[in-house]
Design a protein around this ligand. Sequence first.
Ligand code: ZN
Length: 239
Amino acid sequence: MAAPPRRIPTPRSQDNSAFARHEGRAGAGRDNLKDARGSAKSDAPKISALTPQAAVAPGSHAHFFTTLKAPREIVSYPDPVLRRKAQAIVNIDENIRELVADMQRAMRESEGRGIAAPQVGVPLRLFIIAGGEGKSDVVFINPVIEIAGAVEAHDEGCLSLPEITVAVLRPTAARITATALDGTSFTLETSEFDARVWQHEFDHLEGKLIIDRMMAKDKLANRKSLRDLERAYEANRGG
Ligand code: ZN
């Protein structure tokens, strides 16, 4: 996800969700990004799971690494790899570590706040959130996301959709269980802005883009930029 532009004021729900209570206990702000393993499920009765982890035969993603060579660059809309439902990662091996390094480089170069593996052409269930000042990036492998809280609109950009900004409605809280690069499982939750970034990156693993969530005014405003991207893609592949 690209760095966030302006905030769109929307009425906030007065509903104090389970996540809000959790935040109160765990401390506000970025501290919520620390490993919240073991938090009680009963904390969040309103949470709904988005998708279960995809089941995949062992080793079935090996071909992504023989056909796609590093250094990988960010792929733009309308490349079809962005529309594929990504496959679960079975082995966290040297290929995956190399992929993560490539993604981190691409994310830094474009000053992104997050990046998903399909955005560098590899349809696997992996995304990275930039750590910010003095903090390490967080790598999410095979994430399962749950969302909660009031729905808010906020402008979002995407590294794969240059020049495009779209107001997207999303719940304000999220919890993710995922595997880290060292193979350990962890759970994080937040009701800070990262909740939105997580949902944005998770969408990429489902083949979903912010333009799928556009409201009418953004459809109109971005029509030319989208068409330009489509033309550039066709020109690149000689079509
Ligand atoms: Zn994106």
